[in-house]
Design a protein. Structure first.
Length: 344
């Protein structure tokens, strides 16, 4: 059943309630809080479409906040957490480099005026200089701060962005690009072949801001993520491969015997092919809500479907249909790669 051309197999419907380890979290609370005159106290909310407004002058200040629902990870140990997104210009006047602090706090799932001045921890800084630059992407490893908040019982993690240069106006925190990617402690194995440009660059510069835990950007403006959980044992195989951040379309899980191009991957469609060697198709599913997993229902286990007869290393990846034209004639993309070391 070895096949390197990765043809489409028979589709079947996957219920979202059966998907495990969905780590890609978008903000569901978004607001910009206005302070005038400047006294460090939030006074009013900015009206749509300025929920992400960032501004600072001698007479007024606007801070953008977002909150992420992390209730699935509350009071648990996580493996990693990555915060990413984009700030873009809303007025290109040259008032010098514009600098920002990014802070995390324990949220409550509601936009409150007090979020303007709520106690928070700086997790990163960013800057750009309009009009020569129209935006900048940020990506911060926030594992330590996120773990502290979760261990303290937080069910929401809030992001607050503060202008640190003056004058600094106006900018927008892009709600469509914001993402908090969390890997739970239940994962097993190691991600590789990121679509963030640290290995082989993505085919048309569509590098992901999500680091090593995602593939190249798709038409959704994010990279698909693959994680594995369970026991990679031939005598007791409980491995589950879970993909997220994909369009609602077909997704094909496949296994390799090596890391393609030493782990950097090679260009393939809109993404990078990470797995190499002998390729084995595991299953094609239909994404529901951008997520899927293998195995599902009565499907054979990963080791059986992947014909893993002896202990050793195998690599895994998700190929998915991206029908919306993105950056190459091919209408498909791939997740990051994931490596498992099978034991007896």
């Amino acid at each position: 059943m070895s096949n390197t051309s990765l043809p489409i197999a028979v589709l079947f419907v996957l219920c979202a309630s059966n998907v495990a380890l969905a780590t890609d979290i978008a903000p569901t609370v978004k607001a910009s809080i206005h302070d005038a005159p400047v006294d460090g106290i939030g006074d009013t909310f900015n009206n749509p479409p300025f929920e992400g407004l960032l501004r600072k002058t001698s007479t007024q200040e606007d801070r953008a906040i977002q909150e992420f629902d992390v209730s699935a990870f509350t009071s648990t140990t996580i493996q990693s957490a990555m915060l990413s997104g984009r700030v873009f210009v809303n007025n290109s006047f040259d008032n010098g480099p514009r600098t920002f602090d990014f802070l995390l706090y324990a949220g409550n799932g509601t936009a409150d005026l007090t979020d303007f001045q709520i106690a928070a921890t700086v997790v990163g800084m960013g800057s750009y200089h309009p009009p020569n630059q129209s935006s900048f992407n940020y990506s911060f490893d926030v594992t330590g701060v996120a773990q502290t908040l979760l261990s303290g019982g937080a069910t929401w993690i809030g992001l607050k962005v503060v202008c640190t240069s003056n004058p600094n106006f106006p900018n927008i925190l892009d709600e469509g690009m914001s993402n908090l990617a969390i890997l739970g402690s239940g994962t097993t194995g190691t991600p590789f072949c990121p679509g963030d440009g640290s290995g082989t660059a993505c085919p048309c510069g569509n590098n992901s801001p999500l680091g090593s835990n995602a593939g190249c950007l798709s038409s959704l403006g994010q990279g698909a993520q693959l994680v594995a959980s369970g026991n990679a044992s031939l005598s007791n195989d409980t491995v589950v491969l879970a993909g997220s951040g994909m369009p609602d379309s077909s997704a094909l899980y496949f296994q390799g015997t090596t890391q393609q191009a030493g782990g950097a991957g090679t260009a393939f469609g809109d993404g990078l092919r990470c797995g190499g060697g002998t390729i084995v198709r595991l299953e094609t599913t239909t994404n529901s809500g951008g997520a899927s997993q293998y195995p599902f229902g009565a499907n054979p286990s990963v080791s059986v479907k992947g014909m893993v007869a002896m202990p050793g290393t195998r690599t895994y990846q998700v190929w998915y249909r991206n029908a919306a034209a993105f950056c190459t004639p091919a209408t498909f993309n791939l997740s990051n790669g994931w490596e498992l070391n099978w034991v007896p």
